[in-house]
Design a protein around this ligand. Structure first.
Ligand SMILES: [Zn+2]
Ligand SMILES: [Zn+2]
Ligand SMILES: [Zn+2]
Ligand SMILES: [Zn+2]
Ligand SMILES: [Zn+2]
Length: 198
């Protein structure tokens, strides 16, 4: 069985594509006459459109915000992260303003204070995030129900100190005991209805 002739290929020395051998001469004549390799992206482009190709794909462009001339590859990076005229919102007041003005604005804006209800004092906006992490995040953590404790109902009669230690670290074990203790006390508290006392 003969291999179909279109499966036998040769590489065109001009465009470096694999071309069926039966077509290679015709292809090469056309290819070398009409196409050229773009020195920037390596695409084969029609010779007569080489200038358009360069202008549309590769020529530097002017940033519409700051008018600076930017390599096209870098334009989206420039517009997104580098252009001094790009609009950013202040992290404190969320007012939109050009990047070039942001540092001075945030310097002033971050110095404003805000009242912390939990501490009952004023905190600078620039310190607010750290303030919350430092003083208020642990409150939020312990408010979460602990995950590795069985429901208090079963635990109630046996007492907290008879729990198996297991493999958990000592610190979380102690915490577990404390929380279970509270749960047990709460359990008694709610179970003891007024009529039980009599
Ligand atoms: Zn070719
Ligand atoms: Zn190109
Ligand atoms: Zn710009
Ligand atoms: Zn601001
Ligand atoms: Zn506070």
């Amino acid at each position: 069985m003969a291999i179909p002739s279109e499966l036998i290929t040769a590489t065109c020395s001009h465009c470096e594509r694999d071309i069926p051998t039966s077509n290679i001469d015709l292809h090469y004549a056309h290819c070398s006459r009409n196409l050229q390799k773009c020195a920037i992206c390596g695409d084969m482009i029609p010779k007569k459109h080489a200038d358009e190709h360069y202008n549309e794909i590769h020529a530097p462009v002017d940033c519409s915000l700051c008018s600076e001339r930017i390599e096209r590859d870098l334009l989206s990076l420039h517009e997104g992260e580098r252009c001094l005229r790009r609009i950013i919102t202040c992290e404190y007041c969320e007012f939109p303003l050009p990047a070039v003005d942001l540092i001075n604005h945030q310097e002033v804006c971050g110095n404003r204070t805000e009242y912390c209800d939990l501490c009952r004092k004023y905190v600078r906006l620039r310190e607010r995030v750290n303030h919350d992490i430092q003083f208020h995040s642990s409150t939020a953590d312990t408010a979460e129900p602990p995950r590795n404790i069985p429901p208090p109902g079963r635990e109630g009669r046996e007492g907290a100190n008879r729990r198996p230690v297991g493999a958990s670290p000592r610190k979380s074990f102690l915490l577990t005991i404390a929380i279970t203790g509270i749960a047990v006390m709460l359990g008694f508290f709610f179970l003891r209805k007024p009529e039980d006392k009599q």
